[in-house]
Structure formats: structure tokens, C-alpha cells
Design a protein around this ligand. Structure first.
Ligand code: NAD
Length: 313
């Protein structure tokens, strides 16, 4: 099958593009190389994709003419591109344009095609709000611009399915970590601080936060399991993540044990919109997609430390 992966230069999109290629698909990546974080990381990801014969087209989904620049004979779209995370330096416009406008433009492009692709929207546990422990049927209460705009993007995709203009599903991912993790997120930052003797900025109260820390290859397992299950997935939302909860303090201790070093902490004020607890309820994904994430935090973090050392030392 011919598959378009948006956000392919990023963390989870690049891993998914590689997996899709490995399982025999023809993959085309799209990314605007947003400077939200160090572009060197995205270049490394793109190099790995190129080594696997996957091209990444430089396209901004907010502004470029998609019918001119994108192929027309695609079977699937995996839509990862987004303005992610909670950041004090990001504006509402960043979230609005990259998460809502870009998604709507991509959906309109998909709908305009003669052969309609199946649309997989990549969503987030932030849609649930400050606590994300619920099944997909519970009404969302997002508490950040990120969560609100990702909810809107999800609904835009599902509305196309309800209108029977496209087949679409939405996958809500929980706290993904592993090689290529964004540098604004917990583990890449912790590893950087531990190896390079920098203080780790710890937001007030965050050491007690509970998280379904999910290894990126376990997330990719769930994402690609949609292929071949289009009838079951169309119009549906699925949580994807591990059911095992760990505190941020446990995560820090695990990285310290792997690096055999104590990481200095610099306390920061409470960060508004931060979730206090995420625990993926994956009953639906387990039943309908056969989803079964297995990687333990220590093993996944060892792989992430190995990646960091190989890439940056
Ligand atoms: N990382 C996590 O823990 C996590 C958890 C839940 C959901 N998600 C979702 O997974 C997806 C991927 O997240 P990630 O952590 O890999 O982030 P990432 O920032 O590494 O990847 C997103 C990519 O999208 C690209 N992009 C942004 N705006 C674009 C635009 N207008 N046009 C084209 N490309 C654009 C960026 O340049 C980037 O490379 C996002 O939709 C995010 O909301 C991530």
C-alpha cells in the first residue's frame, strides 16, 4: 500500500514510517521542519529514513498547495504532524494553525481524491484533561491549548467519517518515550542533564505525577495494527499506551541507575495544564486491535540512553 506519514521527521512519525516500510509498504513522509525543537534531531531522523529509502517532502500543511505537492494515489494517511506539548514559549496561534487548520486542510485534500485514503488521526491523552485514566467513551475535559486543539483535530477527522466522506479513526497516545524522544520531554532532557552535568528543571509537584510511560515501539505496534481492520476502526477512538503507571520520581531514579550518576534538580514553579495522572485504559484496543504493549520502563530507557550516546557523544 502507498502510505503518507505527516510529521515524518519527528519522534513518533519517523519510527512509524520506518515500521511501515519494514512491513512492506511504500511510504512517503511529509514535514515542515518546524523549529519547535532543535532541527539537528529532525535531520538525524530524516537521514535514518533516507537510509531506509523513505523520502520526506518539505511541506507545510497550513499553507502549501497540497493537491499540487502530494501524491494522489494514496491508500492511507497517518497524521502525526502537530504543535505538540505544553510550552510557555508557544502561542495559541501555533497550536491553532498546526493542529486545527493543518488537519482540516489535509482532510479536505484526502476527501478531494478519487480513491479516498483511510485517515488515521494521531491524538493524545491530553484530550482527557488533568487526569487521563478513562475509557474512550468518557467526555473530554482538556486543560491546555494543546489538548483543546488536538480534540478539535480529532473531531474534524471523525466528522468526516460520520458524514461518510472519508473513513477515519483516532488514536490517543499516552506519554511516549524512547529513542528520538523530543528534547522538551522528560527522558531526553533527563539523559542530556545526566550525561552533560546540567541541572534538570523539575516543575513543582511533578515528581509525584503518575504516567503510563509507553515505549515508542509499543506505540507503533498499536498504530500499525489499524491496517486491515478498517471496518472495526472507522469512526472509532482508541487509547494506546501501557497500563503500568510510574511516577516521574521513579523515572528519574531509573535514568540515574542506568547512567550510574545523580542528576541535580533545579526546582521550577508549577506548570499550568500539566496532567497529574495518566493511565491508559486499553480495554477497547486490546479487544478490537489485539493491542498488548510489553516493554518495561528500564529496558526502554536503556535503549533511549544508547540512542542518545550514539547520536550526540
Ligand atoms: N510524544 C508523545 O508522548 C505524544 C503523546 C501523545 C500524542 N502525541 C502526538 O503524536 C504526534 C507526534 O508527536 P511527536 O512527539 O513525535 O512530535 P514531533 O514534534 O517530534 O513531531 C511532529 C512533527 O510534525 C511536524 N509539523 C508540525 N507542524 C507541521 C505543519 N504545519 N506541516 C507539516 N509538518 C508539521 C514537525 O516539524 C515535527 O517534525 C503529535 O500529533 C502528538 O500530538 C505525542
Amino acid at each position: 500500500m502507498k502510505i503518507l506519514v505527516t510529521g515524518a521527521a519527528g519522534f513518533i512519525g519517523s519510527h512509524t514510517a520506518e515500521r511501515l516500510k519494514i512491513i512492506g509498504h511504500d511510504v512517503i513522509g511529509v514535514d515542515n521542519f518546524s523549529p519547535y525543537y532543535d532541527l539537528k534531531l529532525k535531520q538525524l531522523n530524516v537521514k535514518s529514513l533516507a537510509d531506509n529509502d523513505i523520502d520526506v517532502l518539505k511541506i507545510d500543511l497550513r499553507t502549501d498547495d497540497l493537491s499540487e505537492k502530494l501524491p494522489k494515489d494514496i491508500d492511507y494517511i497517518f497524521h502525526f504532524s502537530a504543535h505538540p506539548g505544553i510550552s510557555n514559549t508557544s502561542t495559541f496561534e501555533d497550536y491553532f494553525s498546526n493542529n486545527i487548520i493543518a488537519t482540516q486542510r489535509l482532510l479536505e485534500f484526502a476527501e478531494s481524491l478519487t480513491k479516498k485514503p483511510f485517515f488515521v488521526n494521531i491524538a493524545t491523552s491530553s484530550i482527557y484533561g488533568l487526569e487521563a485514566t478513562f475509557p474512550e467513551s468518557v467526555p473530554p475535559k482538556p486543560a491546555s491549548w494543546y489538548g483543546v486543539t488536538k480534540l478539535a483535530a480529532e473531531q474534524l477527522a471523525l466528522a468526516k467519517s460520520r458524514e461518510e466522506k472519508l473513513q477515519a479513526t483516532s488514536l490517543r497516545l499516552f506519554s511516549v518515550y524512547g529513542p528520538r524522544e523530543r528534547p522538551d520531554k522528560l527522558y531526553t532532557r533527563l539523559i542530556d542533564c545526566g550525561l552533560n552535568n546540567k541541572p534538570f528543571p523539575l516543575f513543582e509537584g511533578s515528581e509525584k505525577h503518575l504516567r503510563s510511560f509507553t515505549y515508542v515501539q509499543d506505540i507503533v505496534d498499536g498504530i500499525v495494527s489499524v491496517i486491515g481492520k478498517e471496518e472495526v476502526c472507522n469512526g472509532e477512538i482508541f487509547n494506546l499506551g501501557t497500563e503500568t503507571e510510574s511516577t516521574t520520581a521513579e523515572g528519574i531514579a531509573t535514568v540515574e541507575a542506568i547512567l550510574e550518576t545523580k542528576i541535580a534538580v533545579e526546582k521550577k514553579p508549577l506548570r499550568a495544564g500539566d496532567q497529574s495522572r495518566t493511565k491508559a485504559n486499553i480495554d477497547k484496543a486490546r479487544k478490537l486491535l489485539g493491542y498488548n504493549p510489553k516493554t518495561k520502563l528500564r529496558g526502554g530507557l536503556e535503549a533511549q540512553v544508547y540512542w542518545f550516546r550514539k547520536s550526540f557523544e
